[in-house]
Design a protein around this ligand. Sequence first.
Ligand SMILES: [Zn+2]
Length: 213
Amino acid sequence: MLKAPNLAELRWLTHGFGQRDSVYPAQITTVRQIHSDIVIEATTPGGDRIADGDAVVSNQPGVVVGIRTADCVPVLLADMRTRAVASIHAGWRGSAAAIVTGAVEALVRKYGSRPEDLVAAVGPSIGVCCYEVGADVAGQFGVWLPELDGATGSKQLDLKKVNELQLRRAGVRSVWVAGHCTYCEAEQYFSFRREREQAGRMLSYIGTVGERP
Ligand SMILES: [Zn+2]
């Protein structure tokens, strides 16, 4: 299990980015992922694929929210002040729709979070080293990566960078980004591009332990 240093500092929090051999906590609340920008609220512990969506938020003690990935970008958020949390699945479609911005907005709207109190971690995903996309996809990221604006022909796309930029523009100050590439690091990570339908999925999760302050 990979831990983000900035989230590991929060003692009331449990979190992890899954790897091939990871053993997960029981009762992680997940959603049926559809490459959307839909944010679902979890209010009770557990529940597998409780609704269609690609981000899960909660402010309930004992609720652990998770998402599954194999190349797509997993993003975890925690609010230092209110102890609200979010887990986000950001593939290229979700990233183009700025799903992390939507998740930050959901935390603000539902729980009164302030972006400056949020701690964010962008987990292992397919890296810019291995992620070549067509011009039709690359061109959708010109807002965040100007070098892709009006792209013709295939390009290398840095989805982790896109999500980091979106988080910073939303006002999040603490953003940690994993260096790992799921395609390069075959022993540690499943990769959909490398393994196709045989690829397993890794869970990334975050939640509070114990009582609210
Ligand atoms: Zn790579």
